[in-house]
Design a protein around this ligand. Structure first.
Ligand SMILES: Cc1cc2nc3c(=O)[nH]c(=O)nc-3n(C[C@H](O)[C@H](O)[C@H](O)COP(=O)(O)OP(=O)(O)OC[C@H]3O[C@@H](n4cnc5c(N)ncnc54)[C@H](O)[C@@H]3O)c2cc1C
Length: 485
């Protein structure tokens, strides 16, 4: 179906110079698919080409909003016939902007939002256009969940393929640790399934290898009893308290139970009803948390975070899991400008803490969205060390991220410089590798290789040669097909 033509839009100053697609081939393709095919002159083109990161401003020749597997197959075959660059989109949250492109085709799975929960088997089959908020809504109807994103609008697809860290990770592992099967359209436009027993090598690679091997149309997940009430929220401290707090925190997490997953964040106090007016806009440090076991036991477990260094604001308490999953949504609106850098930390040593504090002190000029996040890992993530998934570093204690976000394009340089300066300073102390889902657009091939380590990268490159030898799925944290033996 071709989308209706609308008024010309500002995108078109560049369109005239772009390569022309065969109009009759486009008509024929549009007639074959159920979802709308949107071109630069169509109403809705600007909305359809936009991704979460407002810094990314690309002009695809076509956007196909797939309604089902048949549309995805048709789109891959059409793209190949026409020699079009392919960008694949789940929720559009990738900060590097890989889910759009100039001149090529965006194969957008956004409309594919089917989800079927089997409460008895504690599994869910989910189509690739779902966001975590939508998925959680369905699974929580049965008091079930699996590890999902900290912002509910994040796409389930890209998130899962890169690993998936969220509030349940220490108890239930990464999202890929809860993946039972995948249905995928290959570079040849064929539908294949992958699981522990069917195409197991492909299944291994999809669990951490990103969008390199094809377009996933649906995922099957293992679910766990969670909530509906969990102990969650955040404790906020002043920046003066930060040195003592962080020293205490790093001891605290060593013996934390797997029910408890925490995130240490340096941020600007948000204008939320719970935040005292005198603190709004001030730089704070927070421990955000989720305890998935018995709530009273959770209160005892987090008591040390409330005793020797006392939080000025304490909003940790019983909360519906679905609300906790939206706790950070207001800080990450669609279209915000964003630039990230990430590293693993094997420890929170004094020099690292000092370096992070130096960066945090500059957040005042970058308010209100930019922050520093230190995700505590371990637990079930570490216990799954071994060869079953293509995930890079399960042994790292912390995942550090500098997610700079801002609205005004005039602030681009200041935010990007702050991230780079903070990241460079901490790089002297950080561990090897990087978490794939937090890599930015300028991180480059070396960091992708490092994210996996040489042996895993070589195994992924061999798999890539088998499933996508021409690298048609290259708009991603790309794994180059290995040379023929
Ligand atoms: C506000 C925000 C919060 C976040 N929070 C977390 C978090 O808590 N934990 C975490 O681990 N990560 C988090 N992330 C990072 C997130 O995991 C990645 O950005 C991920 O790529 C988002 O997936 P998506 O489907 O929305 O992205 P998209 O931009 O749609 O896709 C990203 C890439 O994934 C691949 N892809 C997408 N769909 C498919 C598919 N169906 N088949 C094959 N390949 C596909 C493609 O290569 C595509 O380029 C967050 C990101 C943002 C912006």
């Amino acid at each position: 179906m071709l989308a209706g033509a609308g008024p010309p839009n500002h995108a078109h100053m560049t369109i005239a110079t772009r390569p022309q697609l065969d109009a009759s081939a486009v008509q024929e393709f549009a007639a074959r698919v159920r979802g709308p095919v949107i071109r630069p002159n169509d109403a809705g083109y600007d909305a359809a080409r936009a991704v979460w990161n407002g810094m990314i401003d690309r002009y695809p020749a076509l956007i196909v909003r797939c309604m089902g597997v048949a549309d995805v197959i048709a789109a891959v075959r059409f793209a190949r016939q026409q020699g079009l660059t392919i960008a694949v989109r789940g929720g559009g949250h990738n900060v590097a902007g890989f889910s759009t492109c100039d001149d090529g085709i965006v194969i957008d799975l956004g409309p594919m939002k089917g989800v079927h929960v089997d409460p008895r088997a504690m599994t869910a089959r989910a189509q690739a256009g779902l966001t975590w908020g939508e998925f959680d809504n369905e699974t929580q109807a049965f008091g079930l969940a699996t590890t999902g994103g900290l912002v509910s609008t994040t796409g389930l697809a890209g998130f899962t393929l890169g690993g998936g860290i969220g509030w349940l990770l220490r108890k239930h592992g990464l999202t890929i640790d809860n993946l039972l099967g995948i249905e995928l359209v290959t570079a040849d436009g064929e539908l294949v399934n992958a699981s522990a027993t069917e195409n197991p090598e492909l299944f291994w690679g999809l669990r951490g290898g990103g969008g390199n091997f094809g377009i996933v149309t649906s995922f099957e997940f293992r679910l766990h009893p969670v909530g509906p009430l969990v102990l969650g929220g955040a404790l906020f401290y002043t920046l003066d308290q930060a040195p003592d707090l962080v020293r205490q925190y790093r001891e605290f997490v060593q013996s934390a139970s797997d029910e408890l997953t925490t995130l240490l964040a340096f941020l600007t106090a948000p204008p939320e009803p719970f935040m005292p007016a005198e603190l709004v806009g001030k730089q704070l440090v927070a421990v955000a948390l989720c305890y998935t076991g018995d709530i009273e036991r959770g209160q005892q477990a987090i008591a040390p975070l409330r005793s020797s260094v006392k939080p000025g604001v304490d909003v940790a308490g019983p909360i519906p899991y679905t609300i906790l999953q939206k706790m950070f949504d207001a800080g990450a609106p669609h279209g915000i400008r964003s630039y990230w850098k990430t590293a693993y930390l094997d420890e929170l040593s004094d020099p690292i803490v000092e370096t992070l504090l130096q960066s945090a002190q500059k957040l005042g000029d970058l308010a209100p969205f930019s922050a520093i996040h230190v995700h505590h890992s371990g637990g079930a993530v570490r216990r799954a060390l071994g060869g079953e998934t293509a995930f890079g570093r399960r042994d790292a204690q912390f995942v550090l991220n500098f997610p700079a976000c801002w609205m005004d394009p005039e602030q681009d340089a200041a935010h990007i410089a702050w991230v780079r300066e903070g990241f460079d300073a901490v790089s002297r102390f950080s561990g090897a590798g990087a978490y794939l889902n937090f890599l930015g657009g300028d991180d480059g091939e070396d960091r992708v290789r490092a994210a996996y380590g040489e042996a895993t990268y070589a195994r992924l490159a061999a798999l890539k040669r088998e499933y996508d030898p021409e690298n048609i799925f290259h708009l991603n944290q790309n794994i180059r097909p290995a040379a023929a033996p």
